[in-house]
Design a protein around this ligand. Sequence first.
Ligand SMILES: Nc1ncnc2c1ncn2[C@@H]1O[C@H](COP(=O)(O)OP(=O)(O)O)[C@@H](O)[C@H]1O
Ligand SMILES: [Mg+2]
Length: 263
Amino acid sequence: MTTTNQSGEPPIFEVKGLVKRFEGRGNGVKALDGVDLTLRSGTSLGIVGESGAGKSTILNILLGIDRPSTGTVKYHGCGLDIGNREQMTRFRREVQVVFQDPKTSLNPRMRIGSIVAEPLRSLKIEGDHAARVAEVLAAVGLDPEVVSRYPHEFSGGQRQRIAIARAIASSPSVLLGDEPVSALDVSVRVQILDLFESLKKLLNLSLVLVSHDLAIIGRLCDEIIVLKNGRVVEAGDTRSVFTDPAAAYTQRLLDSVPSFLEN
Ligand SMILES: Nc1ncnc2c1ncn2[C@@H]1O[C@H](COP(=O)(O)OP(=O)(O)O)[C@@H](O)[C@H]1O
Ligand SMILES: [Mg+2]
């Protein structure tokens, strides 16, 4: 059954019983083992877990880049049909992603203007692309004059701003982030997290953020799931997870949370 909110709208994403097995030696790897999650409109969901827990596998399945072995993914109450071009084009406009390392996610041979306009071109979005690029660069705190420059001319934090500008260019309603600050200097992490938070409000985005760091998720997300070896060991709103964790594993993660969260 699909859960609905008070207005009767289905959630943005509703995932049930996700299992993902990668073939390999022996029985292969069971990366996900029965994961349920729900992203409600206008909220932010954090997925926390150590390296190898299955976080990126979940995001890849949400994005339709990868398919589950078993289980269902509903987007606005419907399954995605990869063969349905119209549906997939709309989905790609609406659901965008920011990856961990802007060094590898930005093509070094392309100028910033062209990088940020890429979703507008590939999704055949009509309108003045140059004007839209200037608008989203301003929204992430960059001077629109950067369009003629190349990625290597920027710091890690600035490159991640460029990746975020590209992600919001198609006016998505959902933004996914796969460890979006872990490749950055500690000093700029908070700035980028604050940018996610302000864009969420400004653009009315729903967020799914993945991190191995519970402090990052706690700062930004309304709800949290904690993943261990492909299973959800904890799920709830951020306050209750922080004040009254159900799993001993979550408590261990909490014990290593630095104090910047408390400011
Ligand atoms: N394409 C793949 N082929 C085989 N195993 C994979 C593949 N992708 C991920 N895995 C395995 O699945 C598990 C979960 O990986 P991943 O989702 O990348 O974890 P996380 O993002 O939490 O670090 C790991 O054991 C990883 O080695
Ligand atoms: Mg990962």
